[in-house]
Design a protein around this ligand. Structure first.
Ligand SMILES: Cc1cc2nc3c(=O)[nH]c(=O)nc-3n(C[C@H](O)[C@H](O)[C@H](O)COP(=O)(O)OP(=O)(O)OC[C@H]3O[C@@H](n4cnc5c(N)ncnc54)[C@H](O)[C@@H]3O)c2cc1C
Length: 413
């Protein structure tokens, strides 16, 4: 039986972040990862300011490394949103103004990003088992016991703390919480890599909404070397209700929609179209309990409006490491303690933004409202500015909470 202060399951953004910050706190830990890196992860590959914020906090030199490798990390300055009726709004992301020279985000394949983070993990405090299979997890006498198979050997581990960073199908979550996800918390998405998509604004990501794609959007995110990550996502409940075949719908839109077809005329699909689930945030839920914490997708931390999860996964990994530090200092791994050391801190920092975006997601589900809102914005500079700030300014997000805001918009006030 190997004893360790912390076990992390999964070495994606959430697990890598937890590990990197545990190392900063000089806390020994073991990371168990099923895959062997570099490994792919189905994703839109767009990383916003939060990813930059956490990586900068981990080590500012790493950001400089990323900036110096534009062949992998494609800077992102803005976003274009196209409403179901074809009205377009370009949203510059504000750091170009406030912090020139530092992109607000970037687009990078997860093969590259996750490997970049994975390679930052090794330290005297971190032991990684790659290509390992977890055979069982249980809690006994205030310790978590994990059995794994590593290169043919069965190994038993024991720890007072386990961090679930094992993504959408988290076994840590299943072990400690059970299957509590419902239709509201699930979305599905497909990702494809293309060469030769024309008309891209090289530093802007595009979100396209369509009447035949309610509760979701099609994205085109520019990658280095003229490549693009193209994908589609929607709520699982809508896909099921409408019996949507997402793959067919995506190819049909690309081929026949008059907004996009010409742009894809000579585009070449480079690989298989792959799908994966997006566990989205709907409300504050418990994300820890006796001897465990959940991070990233295992905790449903994907932004319900934008579908972004990488930044929140990194952020939650960082907070989980801080909670572990305090738990070790106080020798307290109880549910009550972890709720205040981890859940409360996470929801205090990111809860308001996630709640607001859940409201926006519900509002824009109504395509009539979406079109009306964008029609008005097409004619009103101040409303366009409000929409721009929605993505960057918490004050503006707060204004959007009031129903009067929408009454005023609709009646041109
Ligand atoms: C189609 C699609 C598009 C998306 N687009 C974006 C986007 O553009 N921007 C964005 O920010 N987010 C996007 N997301 C969300 C984003 O991909 C996730 O939120 C993010 O990957 C979560 O990171 P994570 O570390 O929690 O989980 P993951 O990245 O899934 O990592 C989990 C890790 O745990 C390992 N693991 C799983 N089970 C076990 C096990 N039993 N034992 C050991 N290891 C295990 C896996 O191998 C993996 O390495 C998208 C998601 C989808 C599906």
């Amino acid at each position: 039986m190997m004893e360790t202060p912390v076990i992390i399951i999964g070495a994606g953004p959430a697990g890598a972040s937890a590990s990197i910050f545990l190392t900063k706190h000089k806390i020994h830990h073991i990371v168990i990862e099923r895959a062997v890196f570099p490994r792919d992860k189905v994703c839109g590959d767009a990383c916003s300011g939060r990813t930059i914020q956490v990586i900068n906090k981990a080590n500012p030199d790493w950001l400089a490394e990323m900036k110096a490798a534009p062949q992998f990390f494609h800077p992102m300055w803005g976003m274009t949103i196209v409403s179901p009726n074809g009205k377009e709004i370009n949203i510059p992301l504000s750091d170009k103004i406030n912090n020139p020279g530092v992109a607000k985000g970037f687009v990078v394949t997860r093969l590259v990003l996750d490997n970049f983070l994975f390679e930052k993990m090794p330290s005297p405090y971190c032991t990684v088992y790659e290509g390992a299979k977890v055979l069982g997890i249980k809690r006994e006498k205030s310790r978590v016991l994990v059995k794994m198979n590593y290169k043919g050997d069965e190994i038993d581990l024991s720890s007072p703390m386990i961090v679930g960073a094992d993504g959408d199908k988290s076994i840590v979550r299943k072990t400690f919480v059970g299957e509590d996800r419902n239709e509201k918390t699930k979305a599905i998405g497909l990702r494809a890599y293309y060469d030769g998509v024309t008309g891209m604004n090289e530093n802007s990501i595009e979100l396209h909404y369509f009447p035949e794609l309610p509760t979701g959007y099609l994205w085109i995110f520019p990658l280095p070397n003229g490549r693009a990550n193209v994908g589609i996502g929607m709520l699982s409940s809508t896909a099921r209700e409408r019996k949507v075949n997402l793959r067919e719908l995506m190819l049909e839109i690309i081929k026949n929609n008059n907004r996009l077809s010409a742009r894809f005329e000579n585009a070449v699909l480079l690989d298989k179209i792959l799908g994966w689930g997006l566990p989205i945030y709907t409300e504050d839920i418990p994300v820890s309990g006796d001897n465990y914490m959940l991070t990233g997708d295992a905790a449903n931390f994907i932004d319900p409006f934008s579908g972004e999860g990488v930044g929140n996964a990194l952020y939650s990994g960082m907070l989980a490491a801080e909670a572990v530090k305090v738990a070790i200092e106080q020798k307290n791994y109880s549910a009550e303690f972890l709720t205040s050391a981890y859940d409360k801190v996470f929801y205090q920092h990111l809860g308001p933004e996630l709640k607001q975006n859940a409201t926006m997601q519900r509002m824009f589900k109504n395509q009539w409202f979406f079109n009306l809102f964008f029609n008005k914005a097409d004619k009103s500079k101040s409303l366009r500015e409000v929409i721009t700030c929605m993505f960057t300014d918490v004050e503006v997000l707060n204004r959007l909470k009031s129903p009067w805001f929408y009454v005023k918009v609709l009646f041109n006030q």
